[in-house]
Design a protein around this ligand. Structure first.
Ligand SMILES: Cc1cc2nc3c(=O)[nH]c(=O)nc-3n(C[C@H](O)[C@H](O)[C@H](O)COP(=O)(O)OP(=O)(O)OC[C@H]3O[C@@H](n4cnc5c(N)ncnc54)[C@H](O)[C@@H]3O)c2cc1C
Length: 233
């Protein structure tokens, strides 16, 4: 772990809440604006609190930033599930101009070097930090950039990603909806790149465990795999 990954850990920012949008099923997008430019790396996450709001339960949630450092608006995306937690209920009712606090961004889920092929593996809402990475890498044409996104019913951000794929021949997107399809797609990519690529894996703890064992079976070295486990799912 490098010290630079945790540079943001002791910084808190009062963000201006801009909007909440329901996209499909129980997926929501939340946009906010920082009061000044914030230094951070694509793929990192923050710990969010809702100052002045009273509700039961844990007062904070970790969310990856789905926006990239180049974008003006900060974006997070989440799923509410069928029983919406008090935190998310409160966040969804926020009005434009209210304050949402963020500690961070920080974390290790960042681009590791400038040359290795990139394989991004996302399960469900684990696509959030991947969006951030993909926008940061969108103009890189010197190495292959593969995304395999597994989700049952809805692939968040797939429409906008298609445009990135059309503009950059190195970007390849694969969408799958079950474990077997995922395994097939991953086997094809891992057989091509093996341990020469970095593999960026994001999703629930269970999903990470399962992908890790697939990658191990495909003989990918552990040091080439970067994980972003979404504890809490
Ligand atoms: C680094 C990181 C990045 C994340 N990024 C995102 C993101 O971009 N989008 C997103 O939707 N979510 C993300 N999460 C998960 C997020 O923080 C919430 O835990 C998740 O959204 C569920 O929140 P909730 O309010 O719906 O449910 P909650 O009310 O928090 O709880 C749902 C269930 O999970 C259990 N639980 C809660 N916290 C934990 C924990 N830490 N460990 C084990 N069990 C727990 C609860 O007991 C409950 O049964 C991230 C988590 C981490 C650690």
């Amino acid at each position: 772990m490098k010290i630079r990954y945790f540079k943001g850990l002791f910084k808190t920012h009062s963000m201006r809440f801009i909007s909440m949008e329901k996209v499909s099923g129980d997926y929501i997008l939340v946009k906010m604006q920082a009061p000044y430019p914030i230094e951070w790396e694509a793929g990192q996450h923050g710990a969010f609190t809702l100052p002045g709001k009273k509700f039961k339960g844990r007062p904070y949630r970790a969310f990856s930033l789905a926006s990239s450092p180049g974008e003006e608006t900060l974006l997070i995306a989440t799923r509410t599930g069928s029983t919406v937690s008090a935190f998310k209920q409160t966040m969804m009712k926020m009005q434009q101009g209210e304050t949402i606090k963020m500690r961070g961004p920080f974390g290790w889920f960042v681009v590791q070097d400038d040359t290795s092929p990139i394989v991004m593996l996302a399960q469900g809402v684990g696509i959030t930090p991947i969006r951030s990475l993909l926008y940061t890498l969108k103009d890189e044409t010197s190495r292959p950039i593969h995304l395999i996104h597994s989700a049952k019913d809805f692939h968040l951000f797939s429409d906008e990603f298609k445009q990135l794929e059309q503009k950059n021949p190195e970007i390849k997107l694969t969408y799958v909806s079950d474990r077997e399809e995922f395994k097939e797609a991953l086997t094809a990519v891992a057989s091509t790149y093996g341990s020469s690529a970095y593999y960026y894996v994001a999703g629930s703890f269970e999903a990470i465990r399962s992908i890790r064992s697939l990658l191990k079976g495909l003989k990918v070295k552990g040091k080439r795999i970067i994980y972003d486990p979404f504890f809490g799912y």
